[in-house]
Design a protein around this ligand. Structure first.
Ligand SMILES: Cc1cc2nc3c(=O)[nH]c(=O)nc-3n(C[C@H](O)[C@H](O)[C@H](O)COP(=O)(O)OP(=O)(O)OC[C@H]3O[C@@H](n4cnc5c(N)ncnc54)[C@H](O)[C@@H]3O)c2cc1C
Length: 508
């Protein structure tokens, strides 16, 4: 941990080499960057740096090594529910790459990829493709439209459409390591300046190092190539809804064959009532219990009726030449989901009148939206924690997990908000814990709820995916010690003085 004097010396040296605009120690700025929505105190950085190039990042790393200062990289810092912009421990210098490194360096229309800096957001890329009248589309998340495409991919984010595996769509990276070296991965590692295959070939000579830089602290990524999908002539979203909590078992069984065969090219989401409704409603019973009880089943059913939704809603989309051309496929999917007589199809015209479903329609058609952020208002006080567990795409397993996780949330006086994001074999189960951060009792319950859910999943052999900053060491301690030792050995090799965010993802 650096002292105040080290931070001041570092800051003076940065200003001397990169200019005054490259760093600030201002209290108001540090307070803003220290804010988050998790159940712990704000985490104030020692300073905030704003590099404008890969070389400037290299200078920051050289000076951090010289003055033994720790850096915490962010791109656009929209990581709400996972730590927002705050560092892993107080005093680390936040390196805000998004402010000045936000250029779209290339869009290759023919080969379907772009080359971007950390600050390029989903919104910027969407708008730029539109401006160019491009035939390519982005794969937005349901999260903030200002979030960075690069950072979301490094955090193994998931979007919409056939290119939803965002880390999987990265091809070719440039990274500044903790020891100050700049490396290019894949075909970019060939000495010289011309690399026609850097952003089109993943399997170059030698080891594939790219994975080392996702959810880690081994380097600061300064640019990536990202594959983009050609926009199909027509995209047809579909929705089905099922009345009862236990119906998720049937829903998941019906999703699996559609994904295994790739009959449906997009991820298919099976989302519960409150996850959807929280983006358009506030908890109607919050005041009555002062937030100590979870919403009653009757209250939940009333909200569902009001918005025409069941306990679980399925969403996805098909690609084809035209709406008419896709109708036979929509009919086949409809017969498939409605075979047991329990579900109901929500025709697209009706879905357009149900506000919470607009998020899926927008995302699946490549349009970023901020609507899901309204979920943070479900309870007052602005507290939010994401817990991302997961399950094989097997109905009985998902149902078993939802029953237990729902019980845990209710036992902590909180609501159960869940979206199962299903691929062919694995469903990421995204839990959103919304609580009143201004109420200490509720904050303590939210923290206990996160830990109880994590321990429950771990006891069944299920690990988390992404994790909020304040729980990253907790999760690292859950895994086999040999893995942790391997991470520490890589850290020592690539960042011997530990200048890049020690503690991030539990790696020291
Ligand atoms: C309501 C809501 C819904 C959401 N829905 C989704 C969803 O559907 N799918 C999904 O995937 N996400 C979702 N998210 C998460 C979120 O939107 C994004 O993952 C996020 O915005 C990432 O971009 P960022 O610029 O905010 O990242 P940052 O906060 O800048 O960084 C995120 C992480 O990456 C690291 N990092 C950033 N830049 C670099 C770099 N250049 N080098 C090394 N490490 C770096 C940071 O240290 C941090 O650990 C949602 C969030 C909210 C609030």
């Amino acid at each position: 941990m650096s002292t105040h004097a080290q931070i001041i010396d570092f800051s003076n040296a940065v200003a001397a080499e990169l200019g005054d605009e490259a760093i600030t120690l201002g209290d108001d700025v540090r307070h803003r960057y220290g804010e988050h929505t998790l159940p712990g105190p704000d985490v104030l950085p020692g300073a905030v740096a704003y590099p404008d190039s890969t070389q400037a990042v290299q200078t920051l790393i050289r000076l951090a090594n010289q003055f033994r200062v720790q850096l915490y990289p962010i791109s656009n810092g929209q990581n709400i529910g996972l730590g927002t912009r705050s560092p892993i421990v107080p005093g680390q210098v936040v390196v805000d790459l998004g402010r000045r490194m936000n250029r779209i360096l290339d869009v290759d229309e023919k080969l379907g990829y772009c080359v971007i800096e950390p600050g390029v957001s989903f919104r910027t890329m969407h708008d730029e493709l539109k401006r160019r009248d491009s035939k390519l589309m982005i794969s937005p998340t349901a999260g903030p439209s200002q979030g960075s495409i690069l950072a979301n991919a490094l955090d193994k984010g998931g979007g919409s459409g056939a290119y939803a595996d965002h880390f999987g769509m990265i091809c070719g990276m440039e990274i500044v390591l903790g020891n100050g070296d700049i490396i290019r991965t894949g075909d970019g590692s060939l000495a010289g300046d011309t690399h026609p295959n850097w952003h089109v070939s993943k399997y170059s000579f030698g080891p594939t190092l790219d994975g080392l830089f996702s959810q880690s602290n081994f380097g600061i990524v300064t640019r990536v190539g990202m594959w983009l999908m050609p926009r199909p002539p027509h995209i047809e979203p579909f929705f089905f809804t099922f009345p009862d909590d236990g119906d998720v078992a049937e829903v998941i069984e019906r999703i699996r064959p559609l994904k295994l065969s790739n009959f449906v090219p997009t991820l298919i989401r099976a989302t519960n009532d409150l996850y959807l409704l929280a983006s358009v409603a506030t908890n109607p019973e919050y005041a009555a219990s002062n937030g100590t009880r979870s919403l009653s089943d009757e209250g939940r059913a009333a909200l569902r009726r009001q918005h025409g939704l069941g306990s679980w809603t399925v969403s996805g989309a098909l690609y084809g030449a035209s709406r008419a051309a896709l109708m036979p496929q929509i009919e086949r999917i409809s017969n498939h989901f409605l075979a047991s007589g329990k579900g109901r199809q929500i025709p697209l015209e009706e879905a357009e009148t149900i506000a919470p479903l607009h998020i899926a329609t927008n995302s699946n058609t490549g349009v970023p939206t901020d609507s899901e952020l309204k979920m943070l208002g479900w309870r007052p006080g602005g507290g939010a924690i994401w817990l991302s567990a997961g399950s094989p795409v097997v109905g009985s397993t998902v149902n078993d997990f939802q029953t237990e996780a729902r019980r845990i949330c209710h036992a902590h006086g909180l609501e159960y908000l869940l979206s199962n994001v299903c691929g062919a074999r694995f469903a990421r189960s995204v839990h959103s814990i919304i609580y009143n951060r201004e109420n200490p009792d509720e904050t303590a319950r939210a923290d206990a709820c996160y830990r109880a859910l994590s321990e429950c999943f771990a006891s069944r052999g299920v690990f988390v995916g992404r994790a909020p900053t304040m729980y990253q060491s907790f999760h690292q301690a859950q895994r086999m010690p040999e893995f942790t030792r391997a991470c520490s050995a890589i850290k020592a090799a690539l960042d011997p003085n530990g200048v890049i965010a020690p503690g991030k993802y539990g790696i020291m």
